[in-house]
Design a protein around this ligand. Sequence first.
Ligand SMILES: Nc1nc2c(ncn2[C@@H]2O[C@H](COP(=O)(O)OP(=O)(O)OP(=O)(O)O)[C@@H](O)[C@H]2O)c(=O)[nH]1
Ligand SMILES: [Mg+2]
Length: 480
Amino acid sequence: MAIINRKKLSTWKQKIQSGAGDLLNRSLDQHVNLAVTGLSQSGKTAFITSLVNQLINEGHGKPLSFFNAVHEGRYIAAKRVPQPNLQISRFDYDAGMAKLGEQEPNWPEPTRSISQIRLAIRYTPQDSLLKYASQMSTLYLDITDYPGEWLLDLPMLNQSYQQWSKYMTQLLTSQPRAGLASEFLQKLEQLDPLAVISETKLKELADDYTQLLLNFRHDLGLSVIQPGRFILPGEHEGAPVLQFVPFPCFEHLTAADYANADEQSFIAMCQARYQEYREAIVRKFYKQHFVNFDRQIILADCLTPLHSGPAAFNDLQHAIALIMESFSYGKSNVLRRLFAPKIDRILFAATKADHVTSDQHQNMTTLLEQVIIKAKKLLTFDGIKMKTLSIASIQCTEQGKSEYQGKKLSVLKGKRLDNNQIITLFPGSVPAKLPQPSFFSQNKFDYIQFKPMNAIDEHQALDHIRLDQVLQFLLGDKLK
Ligand SMILES: Nc1nc2c(ncn2[C@@H]2O[C@H](COP(=O)(O)OP(=O)(O)OP(=O)(O)O)[C@@H](O)[C@H]2O)c(=O)[nH]1
Ligand SMILES: [Mg+2]
C-alpha cells in the first residue's frame, strides 16, 4: 500500500505543480477544528502526539483497522503544514517524540502554554464525481494544546465576583477542603473588607490562596481548582491581575457598602482584579482560541481519582460537569456566542486504558458514561453525535496470564514511571457504576504509572488502544 500511496502522492504533486486541479482541490478541501478538552494531566498532550504520529506514520506496522479511509485503502498520507495562527507556538511534536525516543523513554512535559498544529490529510474520496474531478482531496485538521489548569477558568466567565466568592466559600468550607482551608478562612474573616488594603498585603493573601490550591491538587488529588492561572500563571506570573482572593462574608456587607466601597479597599480591589482576570485573560483566551470548533474530544482520567479516593473521584465528576456546562452545546446563553454552535460530534474518552487489563475496558467506558450522565441530562445536545470509548494514546503495557489460587488471571507487565522497574501485576477491577464508599474501603485499585518499556523511533507508529476508533468517529465522515 505504501507504494500505491507514494505513486498517488507524486501524481498529486504533478497536478499541483501544473496548476491543474488546484482550484478544484481548493474548493473540495475540507477542514476540521478539533477541540481537545481535558483537565490537567488527563492525557491531552500524549493524545495529540499519538494522533499526529498515527496519521503521519499510517501503514508502518500497525494498521488502523477501524479507520475506514485506511481500511478501504483510500488514505494517502498526512503531513504537518503551517498553522493558521502565526502568533502562537507550534505544537512541539518533535520534542514529544524525541522524549519517547530516548534510551530511557519518557513522557512529554506538562504543558505550560498554548500551541497549535495543522495537519493536511490526503485521501481518495469515495464519491465518483470527486474521483473523476481530482482523484484526491485534502482534509485540514487543526488541533490546539494548552495547560489543563486553564480549562477550569471557563465557568468563571458566567460568574460575578460575588457569585464566584460564594461558590468558592461553599467549597472551602466543606470536606475535603475545609481541613486545609480553615486557617486561610479565619484570616479573611478578620479582615475589614471596606478598609484600604496595601498591594503587598493582598499579594500575601493571594499567595496563601495559591498554596492552598496547590495542596488541593497535589495532596488531595482534587480537580476543581480556580482560578487555574494561580497555579499556572504563564506570561502573567507576578502580575496584580493574579492577586485577589474570594471573600467569604458578603452577608456582613449591605449592597450600598459594597457599591460605594473605596477603590483601594480590599473588596473593591478584589472585585476589580477578578473582573480584569475574567475579561482580559479568560474571555480573551477562549475567544481567540476556542471558537469555531467542529468536533470535540473530552479526555478524562478516571483511574487516578479511583486510586486517590472518594473525594477525588467526586471532584472529578464535579469538574467535568462544570466544563460541559460551560460549553453549553444546545441552550442559548452568554457562552453560546463564544462556543458550541458548530460542534456536531463529541467523543468522551476514558484515557490511560493500558493501566488496566482489557477485560476492564468496558467498565472504564461505562464508568465514564456514569460520570457524565448528570451533566448530559441537564444539557441539550440537539443534533450532536456522541460516543464514549476507553483509550490509551500510547500503550505501554503488555497483557498476559498468570495463575493465582488455581485460577487463570489476566495481568499486566509494564515499566514503572517512578523507578524504571519492569513489574507484572493485576491492577484491580474498575467499577462499572459510580463507586460507592464501600468500593474504596474494600477494593484496592492499584494505580501504578507506567512509561513505554523501550525507546520509540519517530518513524514508528505508536502502540495504542482504540485510537483508530477515535479517528473514525472524529474524522471518518469527512474522509468519505
Ligand atoms: N500509560 C499511559 N500513560 C499515559 C497515557 N497518556 C497519558 N499518560 C500519563 O499521563 C501523564 C499526563 O499526560 P499528558 O498528555 O501530559 O496530560 P495533559 O492533559 O497534556 O496534562 P497538562 O499538560 O498538565 O494539562 C503522562 O505524563 C503519562 O504519565 C497513556 O496513553 N498511557
Ligand atoms: Mg499537556
